[in-house]
Ligand binder design. Structure first.
Ligand code: ARG
Length: 270
């Protein structure tokens, strides 16, 4: 015989199943301007937190940043609100999340690369970035060569990781490259001396230094000439058009510059 708790559980499961069967699933819809969305009334954005100043949680737990503000402009244009999904960078850059319908758009401080262009459709570039080497303040490191015999931290799946791995291989450097799953883990490893130095996009280090004055310093920059783009599922021309139009409007009416000053600080280069 079934115990009372067990019976209740079985009943609950049956009710859930029945409800799931009846409930009309939100298969999304199309906005008045013909943009398909995975959820009615929302522009669903995939990102990988934290990546300040592009996307991170504020004190109240709300996801904010430069990318968030720009995508809000797209959402407003479409007459919907932005809903943010935090998910590992790998699924974003590989196109898997967009293909599987986890989100409509990816906004993750993501660099446009030829490899990623094969699996994603990128917007016009909205930010210029380079890579930078950060060390704990006071460390006398200026070059990768000086890291011989030491550990160098990078963020897994990023252009910074690719750049460093290529440098280490090409220059046959005796450097142990350690990949961390996200920016927070990388910064933690650096500040607790688990690595001698760490590489990531320059604006991200600038932001970290602003938030933690005196702890970390940028030791060197690598001019990789990167540009960030927002990405949509391959072939989603309607959404891509809306994104590019929103970006162009923001650039011409001063909104882009204002948001840049708010989130990044220095003057925009694009
Ligand atoms: N710009 C770098 C890249 O595209 C790093 C992006 C990491 N972004 C993030 N939200 N975790 O590889």
């Amino acid at each position: 015989m079934l115990g009372r708790t067990r019976k209740v559980a079985v009943l609950a499961a049956a009710v859930t199943l029945a409800l799931a069967g009846c409930a009309k699933e939100d298969t999304g819809g199309t906005t008045a301007s013909g943009v398909p969305l995975i959820k009615t009334g929302s522009l669903t954005t995939c990102t990988h937190l934290p990546y300040a100043p592009f996307q991170s949680k504020d004190a109240a737990g709300k996801v904010v940043g430069f990318d968030v503000a720009l995508i809000d402009l797209v959402a407003t244009k479409l007459g919907v609100t932005q809903a943010i999904v935090d998910t590992p960078f790998e699924g974003i850059k590989s196109g898997t999340d967009l293909e599987s319908g986890k989100c409509d758009i990816a906004a993750a401080g993501m660099t446009i690369t030829d490899e990623r262009k094969k699996v994603l459709d990128f917007s016009d570039p909205y930010f210029d970035a380079t890579q930078a080497l950060a060390v704990v303040t006071g460390k006398e490191v200026k070059t990768l060569e000086q890291l011989a015999g030491k550990r160098l931290g990078v963020q897994g799946g990023t252009t910074g990781e690719d750049y460093i791995k290529t440098q280490v291989a090409e220059k046959k450097l005796d450097v142990e490259v350690v990949s961390y799953k996200d920016l927070a883990a990388l910064q933690q490893a650096l500040s607790t001396n688990q690595v001698e130095a760490a590489v990531n996009d320059l604006p991200v280090w600038n932001e970290y230094i602003k938030a933690n004055p005196g702890k970390v310093a940028v030791a060197a920059g690598f001019d990789t000439g990167e540009q960030y783009g927002f990405a949509v599922k391959k072939g989603n021309a309607a959404l891509l058009k809306a994104v590019n139009e929103a970006l162009a409007a923001a650039k011409s009416d001063g909104t882009y510059e204002k948001l840049y000053a708010t989130w990044i600080g220095d003057k925009p280069t694009v």
